[in-house]
Design a protein around this ligand. Structure first.
Ligand code: UT7
Length: 331
């Protein structure tokens, strides 16, 4: 059975930098509060007219170039987002169209902050079972246009950013390379703890003035509960992945945790007993870009020379649903 290797990485973020100080002009907050609680200093927000597909295409082109492959080599697209450009069809078909992928299938996947890790499991299964040899896996998010940027929405608005990350996955028989295992979980009991209520297909109509008045159009969260579950579930699922492969925390060369909050990543690191050079964080620059945080961070880590052939890489994510997961791979 072949294994799945990451043979190219890429990312793209909008040019518009929004600093914590910029946010103080929109809402009652402060640079000190945001830095202290989240570690975020700035984030990128799209200019009007930029779509998620635009960002995903740019990240994908970079990943393909890095892999030394042409778009025509891609046999399928797996795209994770909670902020599709349209209610339907999914963003994947627009990306495939722009890249010129012909009739390659586009699989859109909804697992919020865990979208990239979920997408990796799906892609890995498709490659191992020889359905496809080369898959483009993308995480992309436009959060800024959905946030309440007044003081009422400040608990959410300061956290999120926009961006895209992509990886090219390919079947490999190379010894000591590729995905070792992926581990996913979900617990719908907590669906409303972090969610976007509207628009909702079951309401007549799907979106109404009432949704605006009652603020249902904005994402909402019980921050402390999310924090508590995140710092429990991520170390737990990393432990599950290590155990499945007879490995320990000392074996990890680089952990790339979903970038939700620097305090969450630091607590995950502490609970796993990892050193600073075993963990990659870039939330300071981008905030939480949801499905895009891990592929953006991976792309940056590669370009900073943080990964060498054979290194043990671990991804872990936690988010709305709740959904969470981890993956282990040899670089
Ligand atoms: O991928 C998963 C996505 N979500 C997350 O990862 C979020 C996880 N949760 C968190 O990161 C934290 O809960 C937050 C950073 C969101 C909030 O930190 P906290 O320490 O849990 O603060 P809190 O919600 O308990 O609020 C403390 C105070 C409140 O004021 P009072 O009631 O004590 O007077 C809030 O109104 O901070 C206030 N506050 C703010 N102040 C300035 C909330 N947001 C802000 C803000 N600026 N942006």
């Amino acid at each position: 059975m072949p294994r799945t290797a990451i043979v190219g990485t890429g990312h793209w973020v909008p040019a518009r930098v929004v600093t914590n100080d910029d946010l103080t002009e929109l809402m009652d907050t402060s640079d000190a509060w945001i830095r202290e609680r989240t570690g975020i200093e700035e984030r990128r927000w799209v200019e009007s007219g930029t779509t998620g597909a635009d960002m995903a295409v740019r990240a994908s082109r970079m990943a393909l170039e890095d892999a030394g492959l042409a778009a025509s080599d891609v046999e399928a697209v797996v795209l994770a987002t909670l902020s599709p450009d349209h209610f339907f069809p999914g963003t994947g078909v627009f990306v495939a169209r722009e890249l010129g992928l012909g009739t390659a299938p586009a699989i859109d996947l909804r697992a919020q902050c865990s979208g990239f890790v979920y997408g990796l499991q799906v892609s890995d299964a498709l490659i191992r079972t020889r359905q496809y040899r080369t898959i483009l896996l993308i995480g992309v998010e436009i959060q800024s246009t959905g946030l309440d940027v007044s003081t009422d929405g400040r608990d959410m608005a300061v956290l999120f950013g926009d961006g895209a990350g992509a990886v090219v996955l390919q079947a490999t028989d190379e010894e000591g390379r590729g995905v070792l295992s992926t581990h996913l979980h979900a617990e719908g009991e907590f669906a409303e703890i972090l969610w976007g209520d509207a628009p909702a297909s079951w309401r007549h109509p799907r979106i109404s003035r009432e949704d605006f008045e009652q603020r249902r159009i904005y994402p909402s969260m019980v921050g402390r509960d999310v924090f508590r579950h995140a710092v429990t579930r991520m170390p737990e699922v990393v432990g599950e992945a290590l155990e499945a492969n007879d490995l320990g925390t000392d074996d990890i060369d680089l952990l790339i945790p979903h970038q939700a909050n620097l305090r969450i990543s630091q607590m995950v690191q502490k609970r796993l007993g990892l050193s600073d050079d075993q963990v990659f964080n870039n939330i300071r620059k981008y905030g939480n870009t949801t499905a895009a945080t891990i592929p953006i961070a991976l792309s940056e880590a590669v370009r900073e020379g943080r990964l060498g052939r054979g290194d043990l890489v671990c991804f872990t994510a936690f988010g709305s649903g709740f959904t969470w997961g981890a993956a282990l791979l040899r670089w």
